[in-house]
Design a protein around this ligand. Structure first.
Ligand code: P6P
Length: 353
């Protein structure tokens, strides 16, 4: 006979995503449930995409559709499926007035009074699908600026990251995780999908980026295209120096959600800097850099373009690019010292004062 029942602690690992979102809503005075409902819709769409991604190896969905998206990249069937799934679910939920997607040249502008604008990369890293490397969905949620009596506008999406109401990502990896935040006050939380029952459960509560890490994540294949400061920064990290715990380990998957998630949990730095081929950087501000920057800052990390804080950048185009450097505060500061002081002359390779 059980003699006592141990009451669960107030906020424990293991609660469902729905319960967690409801708790956050209760902590938001004046909440109407619209935002909560939109988060539920994103989680539902993520489950549907996860089911397709898991079967991709078996079903005939790995091939290319033959189409080319607005980025000039050949579109894989899973890209199309993910884009259609998120858009359909969000539209049906009627809480959004505008959706900007990496897969669509123009935003979807919706009537019906939805209060939020969603910027998303439905399936990032899709070139890795065929080799079973982790891929993901990245999203940012803005409060609309336009009058709710009319359909949403492009301006509802062209907002700086400081205006984000929430942001997050899904990583479809060895397990599927949803990581999201509604801001530094509420923290960053990771939920792991239990595929047997189709529910997300809190597995990583209040994720904090370590003050400093021991790995750097950058595509060194671009070295010949980098400026001297970027080259000097990487060379500095590779030097042997016990006092500053160098060399750093190199880790690069080539899938943003995978590289960012590792950096978020373990610390260190991820960089996609500008180079001669991509003078504005490769990654997209609205639906890649901003959501990641929002998450990292909410977790105590930092996010810069090398010249300015990512979240401060005023967007002017839906698909505009930016250099993206995210990670532990100390490691991002080291990058900035090289970027802003032009880096030392090659032979010294010491960190600028
Ligand atoms: P590269 C994937 O195609 C992606 O958009 C991001 O997920 C990833 O961080 C980056 O491009 C990798 O780019 O040029 O290193 O292959």
């Amino acid at each position: 006979m059980q003699t006592s029942w141990r009451a669960a602690p107030p906020s424990t690992v293991g609660i469902s995503l729905e319960a967690h979102i409801s708790q956050q809503m209760e902590m938001s005075p004046g909440a109407t449930g619209h935002f909560t409902s939109l988060l539920y819709q994103i989680a539902l769409a993520a489950k549907l995409v996860d089911a397709q991604v898991r079967q991709a190896g078996l079903a005939d969905v790995l091939g290319y559709t033959g189409d080319v998206n607005v980025q000039g990249e050949r579109v894989q069937k899973l890209d199309t499926m993910a884009n259609d799934t998120f858009i359909t679910v969000i539209q049906r939920g009627q809480r959004a007035c505008a959706i900007g997607s990496e897969e669509l040249e123009d935003p979807i502008l919706l009537p019906g009074g939805g209060r939020y604008a969603v910027a998303m990369d439905p399936l990032d890293g899709s070139s890795n699908i065929d080799c079973n490397i982790s891929i993901g969905t990245i999203f940012g949620i803005y409060r609309r600026k336009s009058d709710p009596s009319v359909p949403g506008t492009l301006d509802d999406l062209l907002q700086p990251g400081t205006s984000l109401r929430a942001a997050g990502y899904l990583i479809y990896g060895s397990s599927t995780m949803l990581v999201y935040s509604t801001g530094p006050k509420f923290g960053v939380h990771g939920f792991t999908l239990d595929p047997n029952i189709g529910e997300f459960f809190l597995s990583h509560e209040n994720i904090k980026v370590p003050q400093r890490g021991s790995t750097y994540s950058v595509n060194e294949g671009n070295t010949a295209r980098w400026d001297e400061a970027t080259r000097a920064w990487v060379e500095y990290l590779k030097q042997e120096d016990k006092e500053t715990k160098r060399p750093y380990g190199a880790r690069y998957v080539g899938s943003l959600v995978a590289d960012a998630h590792r950096t978020l949990v373990k610390g260190g730095i991820f960089a996609y800097p500008a180079d001669r081929k991509s003078p504005q950087g490769k990654l997209r501000l609205l639906y890649e850099a901003n959501p990641m920057a929002f998450i990292f800052e909410a977790a105590g990390g930092r996010a810069t373009s090398g010249k300015e804080r990512i979240l401060d950048i005023a967007p002017h185009q839906l698909h505009q690019r930016t250099p993206l450097i995210i990670g532990s505060p100390d490691d991002v500061a080291t990058f900035e010292r090289f970027a802003q002081e032009g880096g030392p002359v090659a032979e010294t390779r010491a960190e600028p004062a």
